[in-house]
Design a protein around this ligand. Sequence first.
Ligand SMILES: [Zn+2]
Ligand SMILES: [Zn+2]
Length: 423
Amino acid sequence: MTASSGSEAGTRCSFLVFLGKDRHPSLIHETAPLPSRRDLEDGELLLKMETATICGSDLRTLTGQRTQPTPSILGHEGVGRVLSSKREGVDPGTRVTFSTIDACFECHACLAGLPQKCPHLLKYGERKIQENGGLSGCFSTHVLVRKRTRIVAVPDLIPDPAAATLNCGMATAVGCLRKAIATFLPRLNSARACVQGLGLVGVYSCMYLREAGFSEVLACDKNDARLQMASHFGATRLFRQDWRKEEEEDDEGVDLVVETSGDPRAVEEGLAMLKPGGVYLLIGTGHSDALFSLSGEDILSKCLTITGMQNCRPEDLDEAVRFLEKTIGTYPYEKLFSPPFPLHQFQALWRGLEQTSMTVMLPYRRPCRRLLRPGCNASEFIICWAVTVHKAICISIFTEIPLSQYPKERSLHYQNFCWMIMG
Ligand SMILES: [Zn+2]
Ligand SMILES: [Zn+2]
């Protein structure tokens, strides 16, 4: 099949440009001429984005906890339709998800099966605009998909915004768990797993482990709403833990602990939970100040395996789509996302969140059709600002302290159960 043009001559694309945490404003809304098919290199695709979700890493960048080159278009989780194609066999109109990385697939790291560590890596949503990084972020009406970036068709039966989480939250969960699950294959139905930290990757991990055949999946978090969410997604037992004191004990031990909390205090506790021969998988604690102490005895006395995985491989996207397609009717994915918010209102939304020091309390699942309002001084609160319209972007941040104090308090949780529709 020959690729054909679907470009919309004369139309423009619009996107949010992140200038840096300390710039005012830190985000601006820009437009530019839409690239035509002639502008594409062989193998490239221009996507018209349908939906993007806001990842925890986007929020960390916006709040200055994580740095990246600027100016840039943030956002790497999204689903779109091919508008123009210069890739053989890919026709305009195809709904696709794409790998969040573009690698050379020729270097040592790529050939060793770790393209996410390729020295020529391009990460969508993290590229400086001037460095050939235009239209490489999902907070945009259009994304230019590079020639080596893996794409996978997304069936229409997978609704937004779950489809938008395929290339990050879902692909990370299935990609990171793949090897660990293989370790227990011969005895999966008697194996027990524990997931520490119930953000989107944690919730998806509970579900994936349960579907893989683990007899029990324990879910740990310090947040009751997150725990309740996990109970709908495969968790068989809930533990409310704050990584400092055990409030409930599980004395049977588990075979696999998956750490998606980002909190190094979880590590010692997770290692203590493991049975002899157990596996501890680090996914969330990828930051340089994630320090924890453990002795050789901790590992050797129980013959433990400690392993880590950062990002996923492009091939994991295939399994992510297959898994979501298989489970879309079984699990209540719609519970994970708040109503949408328009892309062009993101700046106003973010300014409001940055400036707010008030405690705002809104029940998570109440319809979020109101703007921020002051509430009582609760230690846990949800900031939610949403407008439900046809073409919209939505953000729902679940946190424990006012945003203005972030990132001084390390225990702050962001919930990335939020989404946007491009228009
Ligand atoms: Zn992400
Ligand atoms: Zn490479």
